[in-house]
Design a protein around this ligand. Structure first.
Ligand code: ADP
Length: 665
C-alpha cells in the first residue's frame, strides 16, 4: 500500500471535479461516489475514503461507499447500504454531532473514540466533512490515514468535492428511486392505475392491462378510471368519498373487463397530493377476486359435505391441547356427548363422560399406552351422555403430536356413535350362543327317545320270538310314547324356525277373538284342572299374522295351566292394560311362580326349570320371537316360587294399520 505523499494543487481539484461530472453522465450513484472518494484520496494524500448518508431522522448513518483502495485493502465487511445508528458511531461521526468539518490528526489517542463499524479500516488520523442542506445534514464525506497531519487546504479540497458530489448524488438518488418505484409498479401483481384529477387514466401497469383484458396497454390511457366499475352508482359513491369526504375508499366491486364481462374484484382508491396539498391525481389498485371466491365456495362446499357426512355417520371430531388441558369439539360431538357450549371442556371432564366402570382403565390406557408409548388412540368405550345420562357406545380415534422431548402437545381425532352396531353385535353373539345350544339340545333331546325306540325294538323282537305276547303291547306303548315325543319336538322346532320366515298375510283381529280361540283350544285342560279363566279385554284390534298371534296367547295360557302346581283354586287372568308407551298385554296365573334368578333364562330355547316336565322348552322362545317380530318386548313378573307368574308383552307393530306395520322377516 503506497499513499501519495504531497497533495496536488488547485488545478488538480478542478480536473478531478471534471472527471466526476463526466462519470455522473452514465455511471451509477455508487460509481460516482467511489470515484469521488478515490479523487479525494488522491488530492489529500489519504489512504482511506468513506461516504455516509445521514437519513431524514438525522440519527441513522447509511454507509454508501468506500474508496476503491479502502474496499480493497482495509475493510472486510459492511458494504453499501449498511445502517449505523449515530449513538453508536465513534468520533468519526463527530462532524455530524458538531455540524462542522472535523479533523482528528491523532485518532488513536482520542479518549472517546468508541467503535468503528465492524470490519472498518484501522484509523490513524481522519478528516470528515458534513454536507449540509439547509438545516439538515445530508451526508458525511471522510478521508483518513494521510501520512502527515490534515490541514486547512485538505478541508477546502474536500468541501469542493463534497458539494459537487452531493448535487450529483441527490439527483441520482431521486432518479434511481423513481426508476425503482416504476419498476415495482410494473412488476406488481396488483393492478394499478393512475389517473389525473379528472379521472382520466395516465398510467397503468401490466397487471391492470391483463385484468381489464386489453390487448394494447396504450388503449387504456385517457379512458375514465370509473368505467372499470360495472355499477356507475358505486363508482359515484367512491368518488364522493374521495373528493367530498376526503377519505380513501376500499371494498368489493363488480368490475368490467374491456369486453363487458363482469367479475368480482377488490379495489382501493386514494388521491395523491403534493407537499403543498395540491391534488395530483387518483390512484386505483385492483385485485381479481374470482379465484379467491371460487376457492372460498369450494371450501364452503367441502365443509358442508364434511359436516353433513359427519352428522349422517354420527362422527364427531375434537382437538385436545395437552398444554392447556382443554379440548374443542364439533357440533356432532356435542350432541353425542349431550353437552352444550357451557360444558367446561377439560381433559378431566372428558374422563367424567366416560362410563364410570371404564374410567380407570381409560385413564391408564391414555397415560401408559397413548402418551407413554406414543401410540395412536383407538378404543371402543362406553360413555354416559351428560344431558340424559343414557349409556352409549363410541369408537374413539386420535393422533397425537409430541414435542422433541416426547411431551404430548395435542391430539386430534374423531368419536363415532357405534351403539346400534354394538347392540347388533351383542344380539348376534346371543343368537350364536343360542344356536350352539340349539344344536346341542336337538341332538341330545332326539337321542333320548331314539335310544328308547331302539331298546324297546330289541325287547319287541325278543318278546315276539319268545312268544311273550302280553309284553308286546307294553313294548309298543314305550315306542309310541318315544316317537310321539320326537314328533312333538320336531313340530315345535319347525314352528320356531317358521316364525318370521313364513309370514301369513296380515289380517285384523281383536284381542277378544285371540283369547277366545286360545281358551277353546285348551278347553280340555282348563276344565279337567278346574281353572277359573278371567278375561277382561278392552276393544283392542291387532293387525298381523293371525296364526302366530294365536300361538302366542295359546302358549302363554298353556304354560299358565301347566305350571299351576297344586294350587287349590287355580285361576288365570288374560287382559290388557294401558301404559304411557301403549297397551301392555298380560297372562297372569296363581301357579308355582318363577324364581327371579331364572326369569330371563326361561325365554331361551330348550330352557326348562324342571327338565322332567312334559314340555319341550320351546314355548316361551317361540312366544318371544313372535313378540319381537311385532316390535315388542316380553317379560315375566313373579315374586318367586309359590307366588304365581304374570307374563307381560307389547305388540307395537301389530297396533299400526297393516300397510304400515311392515312384516319384517
Ligand atoms: P315348556 O315346554 O317347558 O313349557 P317353555 O319355553 O314354554 O317350555 O317354558 C320354559 C320354562 O319356563 C318351563 O319349563 C317352566 O319351567 C317355566 N315356565 C313357563 N311358564 C311358566 C308359568 N306360567 N309358571 C311357572 N313357570 C313357567
Amino acid at each position: 500500500m503506497e499513499c501519495p505523499s504531497a497533495p496536488p494543487g488547485w488545478p488538480a481539484v478542478f480536473a478531478a471535479r471534471a472527471r466526476i461530472m463526466d462519470m455522473a453522465e452514465h455511471g451509477t450513484l455508487a460509481q460516482v461516489l467511489r470515484a469521488t472518494l478515490d479523487e479525494l484520496e488522491e488530492l489529500t494524500g489519504s489512504c482511506i475514503g468513506f461516504f455516509h448518508f445521514l437519513e431524514a431522522d438525522q440519527e441513522t448513518l447509511t454507509l454508501q461507499a468506500w474508496s476503491t483502495r479502502t474496499a480493497r485493502d482495509f475493510c472486510r465487511a459492511e458494504g453499501q447500504g449498511a445502517h449505523y445508528p449515530l449513538g453508536r458511531a465513534g468520533v468519526w461521526a463527530d462532524a455530524v454531532r458538531e455540524r462542522r468539518p472535523v479533523i482528528h490528526n491523532d485518532y488513536a489517542s482520542l479518549p472517546f473514540r468508541k467503535g468503528l463499524p465492524e470490519g472498518h479500516a484501522e484509523l490513524v488520523r481522519e478528516m470528515v466533512v458534513p454536507i449540509l442542506r439547509g438545516e439538515r445534514i445530508a451526508a458525511i464525506l471522510g478521508v483518513g490515514n494521510k501520512p502527515s497531519p490534515y490541514e486547512g487546504a485538505d478541508l477546502e479540497r474536500a468541501a469542493l468535492l463534497a458539494d459537487l458530489v452531493w448535487d450529483i448524488a441527490e439527483s441520482k438518488r431521486t432518479q434511481e428511486s423513481l426508476r425503482f418505484q416504476e419498476a415495482a409498479l410494473e412488476c406488481s401483481l396488483g393492478a394499478v392505475a393512475l389517473a389525473d384529477p379528472g379521472g382520466r387514466i395516465q398510467y397503468v401497469n401490466p397487471a391492470y392491462v391483463a385484468l381489464r383484458g386489453h390487448q394494447d396497454r396504450f388503449r387504456c390511457l385517457g379512458l375514465s378510471l370509473w368505467d372499470f366499475w360495472a355499477d356507475p352508482e358505486t363508482a359515484g359513491a367512491v368518488r364522493r368519498q374521495l373528493f367530498e369526504e376526503g377519505r380513501a375508499a376500499e371494498g368489493e366491486m363488480k368490475a368490467l373487463r374491456f369486453d363487458g364481462t363482469p367479475f368480482d374484484a377488490h379495489f382501493t382508491a386514494s388521491v395523491a397530493r403534493d407537499a403543498q396539498g395540491n391534488l395530483l391525481g387518483v390512484l386505483g389498485t385492483f385485485l381479481d377476486e374470482t379465484e379467491r371466491r371460487r376457492i372460498e365456495d369450494a371450501l364452503r362446499e367441502r365443509e358442508f359435505f364434511f359436516k353433513e357426512s359427519q352428522r349422517a355417520a354420527a362422527i364427531g371430531s375434537y382437538k385436545t391441547d395437552f398444554r392447556t388441558g382443554t379440548w374443542r369439539s364439533s357440533a356432532v360431538l356435542d350432541r353425542l356427548f349431550g353437552i352444550d357450549e357451557s360444558y367446561d371442556r377439560t381433559v378431566a371432564n372428558w374422563l367424567r363422560i366416560v362410563h364410570p366402570e371404564d374410567q380407570e382403565a381409560m385413564g391408564a390406557y391414555l397415560v401408559e399406552e397413548v402418551i407413554g408409548q406414543q401410540r395412536p388412540f383407538a378404543r371402543e368405550y362406553r360413555i354416559n351422555r351428560i344431558d340424559d345420562g343414557e349409556t352409549r357406545w363410541v369408537n374413539g380415534l386420535g393422533e397425537l403430536a409430541f414435542d422433541p422431548e416426547g411431551r404430548p402437545l395435542s391430539m386430534i381425532g374423531t368419536i363415532q356413535d357405534i351403539t346400534e352396531r354394538k347392540l347388533r353385535d351383542e344380539e348376534l353373539k346371543h343368537k350364536n350362543e343360542e344356536m350352539e345350544r340349539f344344536t346341542f339340545m336337538i341332538s341330545h333331546d332326539l337321542k333320548g327317545p331314539l335310544v328308547t325306540v331302539r331298546t324297546f325294538l330289541g325287547y319287541l323282537e325278543q318278546d315276539l320270538a319268545s312268544g311273550r305276547s302280553e309284553r308286546v303291547a307294553k313294548d309298543m306303548g314305550f315306542i309310541r310314547e318315544a316317537t310321539g315325543k320326537v314328533g312333538r319336538l320336531l313340530e315345535d322346532l319347525l314352528e320356531v324356525s317358521r316364525v318370521g320366515r313364513v309370514v301369513n298375510p296380515p289380517v285384523q283381529v281383536t284381542i277378544g277373538e285371540l283369547v277366545r280361540d286360545a281358551v277353546l283350544a285348551l278347553a280340555g285342560a282348563i276344565s279337567s284342572r278346574g281353572v277359573e279363566i278371567r278375561a277382561e279385554l278392552a276393544a283392542v284390534t291387532l293387525h298381523g299374522d293371525r296364526p302366530r298371534l294365536e300361538a302366542l296367547w295359546q302358549n302363554l295360557l298353556e304354560n299358565a295351566i301347566k305350571y299351576l302346581g297344586d294350587q287349590p283354586a287355580p285361576r288365570v287372568e288374560l287382559g290388557v292394560e294401558a301404559a304411557p308407551a301403549g297397551p301392555v298385554f298380560f297372562v297372569r296365573d296363581n301357579g308355582i311362580g318363577i324364581d327371579p334368578r331364572f326369569q330371563e333364562k326361561i325365554f331361551g330355547l330348550f330352557d326348562q326349570l324342571d327338565p322332567a316336565s312334559e314340555g319341550t322348552g320351546l314355548g316361551l322362545a317361540l312366544a318371544r320371537r313372535i313378540v319381537e317380530l311385532n316390535g315388542g318386548r316380553i317379560w315375566v313378573e313373579s315374586e318367586g316360587p309359590g307366588h304365581g307368574s304374570c307374563f307381560r308383552f307389547t305388540l307395537p307393530a301389530a297396533l299400526r294399520p297393516a300397510k304400515e306395520a311392515g312384516h319384517e322377516r
